[in-house]
Design a protein around this ligand. Structure first.
Ligand SMILES: *Cc1c(COP(=O)(O)O)cnc(C)c1O
Length: 404
Protein backbone atom coordinates (compact mmCIF):
# COMPACT_ATOMS: atom_id res chain seq x y z
CA UNK A 1 0.00 0.00 0.00
CA UNK A 2 2.83 2.43 0.90
CA UNK A 3 3.95 3.14 -2.61
CA UNK A 4 0.48 3.54 -4.15
CA UNK A 5 0.82 7.29 -3.85
CA UNK A 6 4.21 7.22 -5.60
CA UNK A 7 2.88 4.91 -8.28
CA UNK A 8 -0.10 7.20 -8.81
CA UNK A 9 2.26 10.02 -9.70
CA UNK A 10 4.04 7.71 -12.14
CA UNK A 11 1.05 6.09 -13.84
CA UNK A 12 -2.00 8.33 -13.53
CA UNK A 13 -2.44 11.43 -15.68
CA UNK A 14 -2.43 14.38 -13.35
CA UNK A 15 -5.98 15.72 -13.60
CA UNK A 16 -7.04 15.54 -9.95
CA UNK A 17 -4.19 17.28 -8.11
CA UNK A 18 -4.07 14.73 -5.29
CA UNK A 19 -1.32 15.43 -2.77
CA UNK A 20 0.62 12.62 -1.09
CA UNK A 21 0.74 14.53 2.22
CA UNK A 22 -2.90 15.56 2.44
CA UNK A 23 -4.99 13.15 0.37
CA UNK A 24 -5.94 9.90 2.07
CA UNK A 25 -5.83 6.50 0.44
CA UNK A 26 -9.17 4.83 1.14
CA UNK A 27 -9.48 1.08 1.24
CA UNK A 28 -12.93 0.43 2.68
CA UNK A 29 -16.32 2.04 3.16
CA UNK A 30 -19.39 1.16 5.19
CA UNK A 31 -22.45 3.37 5.64
CA UNK A 32 -21.35 6.97 6.12
CA UNK A 33 -17.75 5.97 6.96
CA UNK A 34 -14.52 5.45 5.05
CA UNK A 35 -11.29 3.82 6.27
CA UNK A 36 -7.77 4.59 5.14
CA UNK A 37 -4.97 2.05 4.72
CA UNK A 38 -3.79 2.65 8.29
CA UNK A 39 -7.22 1.79 9.70
CA UNK A 40 -8.30 5.37 10.52
CA UNK A 41 -12.05 5.98 10.17
CA UNK A 42 -13.51 9.10 8.55
CA UNK A 43 -17.08 10.39 8.43
CA UNK A 44 -17.71 10.92 4.72
CA UNK A 45 -19.86 13.97 3.93
CA UNK A 46 -18.78 14.04 0.29
CA UNK A 47 -20.31 10.66 -0.62
CA UNK A 48 -18.21 10.28 -3.74
CA UNK A 49 -19.63 13.64 -4.90
CA UNK A 50 -23.30 12.83 -4.30
CA UNK A 51 -22.85 9.32 -5.69
CA UNK A 52 -22.93 7.08 -2.59
CA UNK A 53 -26.44 8.27 -1.91
CA UNK A 54 -27.23 5.37 0.48
CA UNK A 55 -23.73 5.37 1.98
CA UNK A 56 -20.93 2.93 1.21
CA UNK A 57 -21.71 -0.69 0.35
CA UNK A 58 -25.36 -0.61 1.47
CA UNK A 59 -26.68 -4.19 1.82
CA UNK A 60 -29.58 -3.61 -0.63
CA UNK A 61 -27.09 -2.62 -3.31
CA UNK A 62 -24.62 -5.41 -2.51
CA UNK A 63 -27.46 -7.94 -2.72
CA UNK A 64 -28.86 -6.55 -5.97
CA UNK A 65 -25.41 -6.64 -7.59
CA UNK A 66 -24.67 -10.10 -6.27
CA UNK A 67 -27.93 -11.50 -7.59
CA UNK A 68 -27.73 -9.81 -11.00
CA UNK A 69 -24.05 -10.68 -11.44
CA UNK A 70 -24.93 -14.35 -11.30
CA UNK A 71 -27.45 -13.91 -14.13
CA UNK A 72 -26.25 -11.38 -16.70
CA UNK A 73 -23.84 -8.42 -16.68
CA UNK A 74 -24.20 -7.18 -20.19
CA UNK A 75 -25.44 -8.24 -23.59
CA UNK A 76 -25.81 -4.90 -25.51
CA UNK A 77 -28.83 -2.86 -26.46
CA UNK A 78 -29.40 -5.03 -29.51
CA UNK A 79 -31.55 -7.15 -27.19
CA UNK A 80 -34.27 -6.76 -24.56
CA UNK A 81 -33.27 -6.96 -20.90
CA UNK A 82 -35.66 -6.74 -17.95
CA UNK A 83 -33.77 -4.56 -15.39
CA UNK A 84 -33.49 -1.70 -17.91
CA UNK A 85 -37.22 -1.65 -18.58
CA UNK A 86 -38.11 -2.04 -14.91
CA UNK A 87 -35.83 0.85 -13.91
CA UNK A 88 -37.30 3.03 -16.66
CA UNK A 89 -40.81 2.28 -15.42
CA UNK A 90 -39.81 3.23 -11.88
CA UNK A 91 -38.34 6.56 -13.03
CA UNK A 92 -41.30 7.38 -15.27
CA UNK A 93 -43.85 6.57 -12.56
CA UNK A 94 -42.09 8.96 -10.21
CA UNK A 95 -41.45 11.91 -12.53
CA UNK A 96 -43.05 14.06 -15.21
CA UNK A 97 -41.19 12.10 -17.90
CA UNK A 98 -42.69 9.44 -20.17
CA UNK A 99 -39.59 7.70 -21.49
CA UNK A 100 -35.95 7.13 -20.59
CA UNK A 101 -32.61 6.71 -22.37
CA UNK A 102 -29.79 5.16 -20.32
CA UNK A 103 -26.10 6.02 -20.46
CA UNK A 104 -23.17 5.93 -18.05
CA UNK A 105 -22.57 9.40 -16.64
CA UNK A 106 -23.93 12.87 -16.12
CA UNK A 107 -22.06 14.33 -19.08
CA UNK A 108 -23.46 11.64 -21.36
CA UNK A 109 -26.98 12.23 -20.06
CA UNK A 110 -26.60 15.93 -20.86
CA UNK A 111 -25.13 15.15 -24.31
CA UNK A 112 -28.24 13.07 -24.99
CA UNK A 113 -30.45 15.91 -23.74
CA UNK A 114 -28.70 18.48 -25.96
CA UNK A 115 -29.01 16.20 -28.99
CA UNK A 116 -32.69 15.50 -28.30
CA UNK A 117 -33.49 19.21 -27.82
CA UNK A 118 -31.81 20.06 -31.12
CA UNK A 119 -33.41 17.20 -33.03
CA UNK A 120 -36.87 17.93 -31.61
CA UNK A 121 -36.65 21.61 -32.45
CA UNK A 122 -35.35 21.04 -35.97
CA UNK A 123 -37.96 18.37 -36.71
CA UNK A 124 -41.07 19.81 -35.10
CA UNK A 125 -40.55 23.53 -34.45
CA UNK A 126 -38.14 25.31 -36.80
CA UNK A 127 -35.09 23.88 -38.55
CA UNK A 128 -33.12 27.08 -37.85
CA UNK A 129 -33.05 26.25 -34.15
CA UNK A 130 -30.01 24.83 -32.35
CA UNK A 131 -28.97 27.23 -29.60
CA UNK A 132 -29.25 26.40 -25.91
CA UNK A 133 -29.16 28.96 -23.11
CA UNK A 134 -27.47 27.85 -19.89
CA UNK A 135 -26.61 29.55 -16.62
CA UNK A 136 -23.38 31.10 -15.42
CA UNK A 137 -21.79 29.09 -12.57
CA UNK A 138 -23.45 25.97 -13.96
CA UNK A 139 -21.81 22.59 -14.39
CA UNK A 140 -22.93 20.07 -16.97
CA UNK A 141 -19.96 17.76 -17.57
CA UNK A 142 -16.57 17.39 -19.23
CA UNK A 143 -17.25 16.36 -22.83
CA UNK A 144 -16.81 19.10 -25.42
CA UNK A 145 -20.53 19.91 -25.67
CA UNK A 146 -21.07 19.77 -21.92
CA UNK A 147 -18.05 21.92 -21.00
CA UNK A 148 -19.37 24.38 -23.55
CA UNK A 149 -22.77 24.18 -21.84
CA UNK A 150 -21.01 24.77 -18.53
CA UNK A 151 -21.16 28.51 -17.88
CA UNK A 152 -17.72 28.83 -16.29
CA UNK A 153 -14.90 30.16 -18.51
CA UNK A 154 -12.22 28.32 -16.51
CA UNK A 155 -13.48 25.00 -17.91
CA UNK A 156 -13.16 26.29 -21.50
CA UNK A 157 -9.58 27.55 -21.33
CA UNK A 158 -7.21 25.66 -23.59
CA UNK A 159 -9.95 23.60 -25.23
CA UNK A 160 -11.22 26.14 -27.72
CA UNK A 161 -12.92 26.25 -30.15
CA UNK A 162 -16.00 25.48 -28.09
CA UNK A 163 -19.05 23.74 -29.55
CA UNK A 164 -21.26 26.29 -31.35
CA UNK A 165 -24.72 27.07 -30.05
CA UNK A 166 -24.50 27.97 -26.37
CA UNK A 167 -25.30 31.25 -24.61
CA UNK A 168 -25.08 32.13 -20.94
CA UNK A 169 -27.10 34.20 -18.51
CA UNK A 170 -26.82 34.69 -14.74
CA UNK A 171 -28.64 32.02 -12.68
CA UNK A 172 -31.89 33.23 -11.11
CA UNK A 173 -32.08 36.15 -13.58
CA UNK A 174 -35.18 35.44 -15.65
CA UNK A 175 -34.94 38.71 -17.59
CA UNK A 176 -31.41 37.88 -18.70
CA UNK A 177 -32.53 34.45 -19.97
CA UNK A 178 -35.52 35.99 -21.76
CA UNK A 179 -33.33 38.60 -23.44
CA UNK A 180 -31.14 35.87 -25.00
CA UNK A 181 -34.03 34.03 -26.67
CA UNK A 182 -33.80 34.49 -30.43
CA UNK A 183 -34.72 32.79 -33.69
CA UNK A 184 -31.99 30.16 -33.22
CA UNK A 185 -32.84 29.26 -29.62
CA UNK A 186 -34.05 25.69 -29.15
CA UNK A 187 -33.88 25.20 -25.39
CA UNK A 188 -32.86 26.17 -21.90
CA UNK A 189 -30.67 23.94 -19.72
CA UNK A 190 -30.29 24.60 -15.97
CA UNK A 191 -29.65 22.82 -12.71
CA UNK A 192 -32.66 23.71 -10.47
CA UNK A 193 -30.09 23.73 -7.66
CA UNK A 194 -26.56 24.45 -8.86
CA UNK A 195 -23.98 22.07 -7.38
CA UNK A 196 -20.36 22.54 -8.51
CA UNK A 197 -20.98 26.28 -8.92
CA UNK A 198 -21.37 26.61 -5.14
CA UNK A 199 -24.86 25.31 -4.14
CA UNK A 200 -27.17 28.00 -5.46
CA UNK A 201 -30.87 27.23 -5.08
CA UNK A 202 -33.09 28.33 -7.96
CA UNK A 203 -35.84 30.73 -6.92
CA UNK A 204 -39.47 29.82 -7.54
CA UNK A 205 -39.91 32.89 -9.70
CA UNK A 206 -36.92 31.90 -11.86
CA UNK A 207 -37.66 28.20 -12.33
CA UNK A 208 -41.39 28.73 -12.92
CA UNK A 209 -40.55 31.69 -15.15
CA UNK A 210 -38.29 29.50 -17.30
CA UNK A 211 -41.18 27.07 -17.85
CA UNK A 212 -43.40 29.94 -19.00
CA UNK A 213 -40.64 31.37 -21.21
CA UNK A 214 -40.17 27.95 -22.83
CA UNK A 215 -43.92 27.47 -23.35
CA UNK A 216 -44.29 30.90 -24.95
CA UNK A 217 -41.38 30.31 -27.33
CA UNK A 218 -41.73 26.55 -27.95
CA UNK A 219 -38.36 25.89 -26.30
CA UNK A 220 -37.27 22.64 -24.70
CA UNK A 221 -36.79 23.00 -20.94
CA UNK A 222 -34.02 20.74 -19.63
CA UNK A 223 -33.31 20.22 -15.95
CA UNK A 224 -29.90 18.82 -15.09
CA UNK A 225 -30.65 16.91 -11.88
CA UNK A 226 -27.43 14.91 -12.01
CA UNK A 227 -26.47 16.25 -8.58
CA UNK A 228 -29.73 17.60 -7.10
CA UNK A 229 -31.99 14.72 -8.15
CA UNK A 230 -32.88 11.45 -6.42
CA UNK A 231 -33.82 12.80 -3.01
CA UNK A 232 -30.76 15.00 -2.48
CA UNK A 233 -32.94 18.12 -1.94
CA UNK A 234 -35.60 16.35 0.13
CA UNK A 235 -37.89 15.63 -2.83
CA UNK A 236 -37.36 12.78 -5.29
CA UNK A 237 -36.63 15.35 -7.99
CA UNK A 238 -35.72 18.99 -7.27
CA UNK A 239 -38.28 20.07 -9.89
CA UNK A 240 -41.03 19.08 -7.44
CA UNK A 241 -40.12 21.99 -5.15
CA UNK A 242 -41.25 24.32 -7.94
CA UNK A 243 -44.22 22.36 -9.27
CA UNK A 244 -42.56 22.57 -12.69
CA UNK A 245 -42.51 19.80 -15.29
CA UNK A 246 -39.44 20.05 -17.52
CA UNK A 247 -39.42 18.46 -20.98
CA UNK A 248 -36.16 16.65 -20.27
CA UNK A 249 -34.45 15.67 -17.01
CA UNK A 250 -30.96 14.23 -16.67
CA UNK A 251 -29.81 11.99 -13.83
CA UNK A 252 -26.57 10.21 -12.93
CA UNK A 253 -24.36 10.47 -9.79
CA UNK A 254 -26.58 8.94 -7.07
CA UNK A 255 -28.63 6.85 -9.49
CA UNK A 256 -26.47 3.73 -9.20
CA UNK A 257 -25.35 4.45 -5.63
CA UNK A 258 -21.72 4.03 -6.79
CA UNK A 259 -22.26 1.98 -9.94
CA UNK A 260 -21.87 4.16 -13.05
CA UNK A 261 -25.19 4.89 -14.75
CA UNK A 262 -26.87 7.96 -16.22
CA UNK A 263 -30.35 8.63 -17.53
CA UNK A 264 -31.96 11.15 -19.85
CA UNK A 265 -35.72 11.20 -19.36
CA UNK A 266 -38.15 13.05 -21.59
CA UNK A 267 -41.84 13.71 -22.05
CA UNK A 268 -43.28 11.84 -25.05
CA UNK A 269 -43.63 15.04 -27.08
CA UNK A 270 -39.83 15.47 -27.03
CA UNK A 271 -38.85 11.78 -26.89
CA UNK A 272 -40.56 11.04 -30.20
CA UNK A 273 -37.89 13.11 -32.00
CA UNK A 274 -35.35 10.29 -31.60
CA UNK A 275 -35.55 7.41 -34.07
CA UNK A 276 -33.47 4.22 -34.16
CA UNK A 277 -29.89 5.17 -34.96
CA UNK A 278 -30.11 8.74 -33.62
CA UNK A 279 -28.43 7.94 -30.34
CA UNK A 280 -26.94 4.94 -28.55
CA UNK A 281 -24.62 3.74 -25.83
CA UNK A 282 -22.78 0.42 -25.67
CA UNK A 283 -22.83 0.14 -21.90
CA UNK A 284 -25.89 2.31 -21.29
CA UNK A 285 -28.68 0.57 -19.40
CA UNK A 286 -26.85 -2.71 -18.96
CA UNK A 287 -28.51 -5.20 -16.60
CA UNK A 288 -25.88 -4.91 -13.86
CA UNK A 289 -26.04 -1.11 -13.60
CA UNK A 290 -29.83 -1.10 -13.91
CA UNK A 291 -30.26 -3.72 -11.19
CA UNK A 292 -28.13 -1.50 -8.92
CA UNK A 293 -30.12 1.63 -9.79
CA UNK A 294 -33.41 -0.21 -9.27
CA UNK A 295 -32.33 -1.12 -5.74
CA UNK A 296 -31.24 2.47 -5.03
CA UNK A 297 -34.37 4.14 -6.41
CA UNK A 298 -36.70 1.65 -4.72
CA UNK A 299 -35.00 2.26 -1.39
CA UNK A 300 -35.21 6.06 -1.71
CA UNK A 301 -38.90 5.87 -2.60
CA UNK A 302 -40.02 3.21 -0.14
CA UNK A 303 -37.91 3.72 2.97
CA UNK A 304 -39.15 7.16 4.01
CA UNK A 305 -35.69 8.51 3.26
CA UNK A 306 -37.05 11.82 2.00
CA UNK A 307 -38.65 12.63 5.37
CA UNK A 308 -35.36 11.70 7.01
CA UNK A 309 -33.44 14.04 4.65
CA UNK A 310 -35.77 16.93 5.42
CA UNK A 311 -35.51 16.48 9.17
CA UNK A 312 -31.71 16.17 9.21
CA UNK A 313 -31.36 19.04 6.75
CA UNK A 314 -33.38 21.46 8.86
CA UNK A 315 -31.31 20.74 11.91
CA UNK A 316 -27.96 20.67 10.13
CA UNK A 317 -28.53 24.02 8.40
CA UNK A 318 -29.84 25.55 11.64
CA UNK A 319 -26.72 24.41 13.54
CA UNK A 320 -24.40 25.61 10.76
CA UNK A 321 -26.06 29.02 10.95
CA UNK A 322 -25.43 29.06 14.70
CA UNK A 323 -21.76 28.35 14.03
CA UNK A 324 -21.80 31.12 11.43
CA UNK A 325 -23.08 33.63 13.99
CA UNK A 326 -20.26 32.65 16.36
CA UNK A 327 -17.62 32.79 13.62
CA UNK A 328 -18.83 35.58 11.36
CA UNK A 329 -15.23 36.63 10.69
CA UNK A 330 -14.72 33.25 8.99
CA UNK A 331 -18.12 32.27 7.54
CA UNK A 332 -19.83 34.51 5.02
CA UNK A 333 -22.95 32.46 4.28
CA UNK A 334 -24.64 29.13 4.93
CA UNK A 335 -27.02 27.98 2.21
CA UNK A 336 -28.57 24.87 0.78
CA UNK A 337 -31.58 22.63 0.49
CA UNK A 338 -32.00 19.09 1.73
CA UNK A 339 -28.59 17.48 2.09
CA UNK A 340 -26.94 19.74 -0.47
CA UNK A 341 -25.34 22.35 1.75
CA UNK A 342 -22.60 24.96 1.37
CA UNK A 343 -20.69 27.02 3.88
CA UNK A 344 -19.16 29.95 2.04
CA UNK A 345 -16.13 31.32 3.84
CA UNK A 346 -14.97 34.93 3.89
CA UNK A 347 -12.74 35.70 0.90
CA UNK A 348 -9.47 35.79 2.84
CA UNK A 349 -10.09 32.37 4.46
CA UNK A 350 -8.40 29.39 2.80
CA UNK A 351 -11.10 26.75 2.38
CA UNK A 352 -8.67 24.03 1.38
CA UNK A 353 -6.82 24.47 4.68
CA UNK A 354 -10.09 24.08 6.61
CA UNK A 355 -10.95 21.02 4.55
CA UNK A 356 -7.53 19.59 5.30
CA UNK A 357 -7.84 20.24 9.06
CA UNK A 358 -11.27 18.55 9.07
CA UNK A 359 -9.70 15.57 7.31
CA UNK A 360 -7.06 15.27 10.06
CA UNK A 361 -9.94 15.11 12.56
CA UNK A 362 -11.71 12.35 10.64
CA UNK A 363 -14.21 14.39 8.65
CA UNK A 364 -14.33 14.34 4.85
CA UNK A 365 -15.77 17.53 3.36
CA UNK A 366 -15.30 19.07 -0.06
CA UNK A 367 -14.00 22.51 -0.97
CA UNK A 368 -15.05 24.22 -4.19
CA UNK A 369 -14.05 27.57 -5.71
CA UNK A 370 -11.32 27.99 -3.07
CA UNK A 371 -13.58 29.11 -0.24
CA UNK A 372 -16.83 27.16 -0.31
CA UNK A 373 -17.15 24.03 1.85
CA UNK A 374 -19.67 21.65 0.31
CA UNK A 375 -21.54 18.97 2.24
CA UNK A 376 -23.22 16.13 0.31
CA UNK A 377 -23.81 13.46 2.97
CA UNK A 378 -25.37 10.10 2.20
CA UNK A 379 -29.15 10.58 2.41
CA UNK A 380 -29.32 8.06 5.27
CA UNK A 381 -26.64 9.80 7.36
CA UNK A 382 -27.63 9.83 11.04
CA UNK A 383 -28.29 12.91 13.16
CA UNK A 384 -25.47 11.91 15.50
CA UNK A 385 -23.01 11.69 12.60
CA UNK A 386 -24.02 15.18 11.52
CA UNK A 387 -23.51 16.35 15.11
CA UNK A 388 -19.97 14.92 14.99
CA UNK A 389 -19.34 16.87 11.77
CA UNK A 390 -20.58 20.10 13.35
CA UNK A 391 -18.30 19.57 16.36
CA UNK A 392 -15.26 18.92 14.15
CA UNK A 393 -16.00 21.96 12.00
CA UNK A 394 -16.46 24.19 15.04
CA UNK A 395 -13.17 22.97 16.52
CA UNK A 396 -11.32 23.69 13.28
CA UNK A 397 -12.88 27.16 13.02
CA UNK A 398 -11.89 27.94 16.61
CA UNK A 399 -8.27 27.19 15.74
CA UNK A 400 -8.54 29.15 12.47
CA UNK A 401 -9.91 32.19 14.31
CA UNK A 402 -6.84 32.29 16.54
CA UNK A 403 -4.48 32.32 13.57
CA UNK A 404 -6.45 34.83 11.48
C1 LIG B 1 -21.31 15.92 -11.84
C2 LIG B 1 -22.27 16.64 -12.71
C3 LIG B 1 -22.32 16.41 -14.08
C4 LIG B 1 -21.33 15.50 -14.79
O1 LIG B 1 -21.48 14.19 -14.42
P1 LIG B 1 -20.34 13.11 -14.81
O2 LIG B 1 -20.92 11.83 -14.35
O3 LIG B 1 -19.09 13.51 -14.09
O4 LIG B 1 -20.18 13.18 -16.27
C5 LIG B 1 -23.30 17.04 -14.82
N1 LIG B 1 -24.17 17.88 -14.23
C6 LIG B 1 -24.16 18.12 -12.92
C7 LIG B 1 -25.19 19.03 -12.33
C8 LIG B 1 -23.20 17.53 -12.10
O5 LIG B 1 -23.17 17.81 -10.81
Amino acid sequence: MENIKELERKYIINTYGRSPEETPLFVKGKGSYLWDEKGNAYLDLVSGLAVNILGHCPPVLVEALEEQSKKLFHCSNLYYTAPQVELARLLVENSAADKVFFCNSGAEANEAAIKLARKYSKLFVDEKRFEIITALKSFHGRTMATITATGQPKFHQGFEPMVPGFKYAPFNDLQAFASLVGEHTCGILVEPVQGEGGIHVGTEEFIQGLRKLCDENKLVLIFDEVQCGLGRTGKFLAAEHYGVHPDITTLAKGLGGGVPIGAMMAVEEAARAFSPGDHASTFGGNPLACAAAKAVVTTILEKNILAFVNLNSKNFIKELKKIQSNYSSIIKEVRGIGLMVAVELQNEVNGREIMSECMKKGLVVNCIAGNILRFLPPLNVTASDLKFALDVLEGVLRKTEVTL
